[in-house]
Design a protein around this ligand. Structure first.
Ligand code: COA
Length: 380
């Protein structure tokens, strides 16, 4: 079976884009990815497009605008993992031997769809009792503080780190460094989480070009990065209460990816993880096995997760700093990992990074632990 390689990446600036819609943003990211790959667009054989709230046939609108109408195109909705799932589907179509050159696009124009806190589906009892996404994560933060003695200041160091990284990322939504005091004094959202503990409502898109071994031989492997594993799980039914401070869904998906790639958490040099809230980064890196359970807040305090630290987490700025355009996020994470592994991340470059991990997890539905989770492992 062929390996899958990323040969082109593209990403729009993340932020507010009142003058462009999701299809235009997706088109801009796709053009950049094709140009970065240095291929003739006529060689693309299929496309996958991840988005959540953009309505019918967003992917078709992108292809039509970019002169690529007619290709096999699949729109993918999988909550915050939509873009990451599009990457996985594209990779599977190559591994299956169906295609040699495939693009995956993730896009979202969230500012025109949402204001204020996102909620679970209105039909879910959680939504009926007012459990917004910030509310759900606030409860998990309180529980983690009680179980592992994390201080409020330690939690605040996560947005401080991620905003510092975002300040070095020209495509990030926010490029201003902040202090612990800024986090603690920002507007309360759901106690103990304040505004700076929450990912913002963001517009943006990203795209990647994926190829088979055969297409890579024709193209040349100079800047290619191998997608060693792309794992996906949906949340299983909670037959007993799921721990609020550990994520079996993240843990099990990561194990699928590690097993497929023959790579362990100890081999990972950097990771982009789904820090939709400050506490979420803690739960994710621990679920992924990158840090021991209960140990991450102190590790962040020591600088272990900084660029230049033992295991840099979210060098792009993460969702907290770079922004979180739902469908765009999972593809943008892959874009950042590829940039880092190619050594093209400029001011935020992690020296000698060879193995990168991208983790996305999103959505809620009554009775299950999270809706969708993806873990991708990339190797150079
Ligand atoms: N860092 C810095 N500034 C931020 C910010 C952040 N993390 N989040 C918002 N802001 C800024 C906005 O840019 C805006 O600035 P402006 O007034 O200069 O334009 C201001 O704060 C107010 O933002 P706004 O989005 O209007 O606030 P809100 O009260 O409507 O929503 C939240 C705030 C936290 C409730 C909302 O951003 C939210 O729900 N975030 C989480 C999104 C989510 O759940 N995603 C899915 C997770 S799985």
């Amino acid at each position: 079976m062929t390996d899958v390689h990323v040969i082109g990446i593209g990403m729009t600036k993340f932020g507010r884009h009142p003058e462009h819609d999701a299809a235009e943003l997706g088109g801009a990211a796709l053009r950049e990815a094709i140009e970065d790959a240095g291929i003739d667009a006529r060689r693309i054989e299929a496309a996958y497009c991840g988005h959540v709230f953009q309505g019918m046939v967003t992917g078709q609108r992108i292809l039509a605008h970019e002169g690529l109408a007619g290709l096999p195109l699949t729109n993918v909705e999988n909550a915050c993992s939509s873009g990451a799932t599009a990457v996985r589907e594209a990779a599977l179509s190559i591994r299956a031997g169906e295609h040699d050159v495939v693009v995956a696009i993730g896009t979202e124009h969230l500012t025109s769809r949402f204001a204020g806190a996102l909620t679970p589906d209105p039909s879910d009892p959680e939504a009926a009792v007012g459990a917004t996404m910030p509310g759900v994560y606030a409860m998990r933060a309180r529980r983690y503080m009680a179980e592992f003695g994390m201080s409020r200041e330690q939690l605040a160091l996560i947005p401080v780190k991620n905003k510092r990284n975002a300040a070095r990322n020209p495509l990030a939504h926010f490029r201003k460094e902040i202090s612990v005091a800024d986090v603690l004094e920002s507007r309360p959202i759901a106690d103990p989480l304040n505004l700076m503990d929450c990912s913002p409502v963001t517009d943006g898109a990203a795209a990647v070009v994926l190829v088979s071994d055969r297409a890579l031989r024709r193209h040349g492997a100079d800047r290619a990065v191998r997608l060693a594993a792309s794992a996906l799980r949906s949340g299983s039914v909670d037959v007993e209460p799921t721990s609020m401070t550990f994520e079996p869904l993240t843990h099990n998906t990561a194990n699928d990816a590690y097993e497929k790639a023959g790579i362990g958490p100890g081999d990972v040099d950097m990771a982009e993880v789904h820090d939709c809230f400050s506490i979420a980064e803690v739960l994710r890196v621990e679920g992924l096995g990158l840090f021991e359970q209960g140990a991450y807040p102190a590790a962040v305090e020591r600088g272990d997760a900084d660029i230049g630290g033992r295991l840099p987490i979210n060098p792009s700025g993460g969702l907290l700093g770079k922004g979180h355009p739902l469908g765009g996020t999972g593809v943008a994470q892959v874009v950042e990992v590829v940039r880092q592994l190619r050594g093209e991340a400029g001011d935020r470059q992690i020296e000698g990074a060879r193995v990168g991990l991208a983790h996305c997890r999103g959505g809620k539905a009554v009775g299950i632990e999270g809706a969708a989770c993806t873990v991708q492992l990339l190797v150079r």
